[in-house]
Design a protein around this ligand. Structure first.
Ligand code: SF4
Ligand code: SF4
Length: 69
């Protein structure tokens, strides 16, 4: 079980779609787990996301490193 509850309400607040590293598929990686796409790190905007603050997340790049635990 990750730190972030995998609810539609939380998913709707994810801002991965506006991230320069977004792999054009999926999202809400802090709850759903990492992407199976190859990702080039061009920055991570998780730090600007309300979910990141609400659940006290750290580091970002959940699309590469997997869900927040
Ligand atoms: S912290 Fe990152 S992965 Fe999690 S909801 Fe926000 S933008 Fe998406
Ligand atoms: S987890 Fe971070 S790096 Fe990955 S797409 Fe979302 S905001 Fe961008």
């Amino acid at each position: 079980m990750g730190k972030v509850p995998d609810t539609p309400e939380n998913m709707a607040r994810c801002i991965c779609g506006g991230c320069p590293s977004y792999p054009k598929e999926g999202g809400f990686y802090c709850a759903k787990g990492k992407s199976d796409k190859e990702i080039t790190k061009r920055g991570c905007v998780c730090g600007d996301c309300p979910i990141f603050e609400e659940y006290g997340l750290a580091d970002g790049y959940f699309c590469v490193d997997g869900m927040a635990e």
